[in-house]
Design a binder for this molecule. Structure first.
Ligand SMILES: [Zn+2]
Ligand SMILES: [Zn+2]
Length: 132
């Protein structure tokens, strides 16, 4: 992998983290006023034991609270979280493909420069977004 490609991947991962954090923050805000803004929004997670699944924003926020501040996402050092299903520390934030609903971990398709590219159908929301 060339340095240039590595840089793209890094930037992509950081952007993905920011997007994810922003989404959660936005959702936290939007239901702070009691307006019930979270709706049925789901956060995708990938557990090494249980595979991919989704939790509600509330459940996810609870998970984050239990992890403590040191578990907040740092670019390049995302930590595994405790899985709400099996209780093991093998859960990572994941991405759900908009096209085929496959759940996967960011950056799985490493030879491509968009970390949110679905390894199954090759669709990348980020690529779609940047090309508009
Ligand atoms: Zn699990
Ligand atoms: Zn897909």
């Amino acid at each position: 992998m060339s340095d240039e490609t590595k840089k793209h991947v890094m930037i992509g991962i950081v952007v993905a983290c920011l997007l994810l954090a922003g989404t959660i923050m936005y959702n936290s805000f939007s239901d702070g006023g009691g307006g019930g803004g979270t709706g049925d929004r789901q956060i995708a997670l990938m557990c090494a034991e249980c595979g991919g699944f989704e939790v509600s924003v509330d459940e996810y926020r609870e998970m984050m609270t239990q992890q403590g501040p040191e578990a907040m996402m740092m670019p390049g050092q995302m930590q595994a979280m405790e899985c709400p299903k099996c209780g093991k520390k093998s859960c990572m934030p994941a991405q759900k493909c908009q096209k085929c609903e496959n759940i996967f971990v960011f950056g799985q398709a490493r030879d491509k420069n968009y970390p949110d590219r679905c390894p199954k159908c090759n669709y990348s929301e980020m690529e779609d977004f940047t090309q508009q």
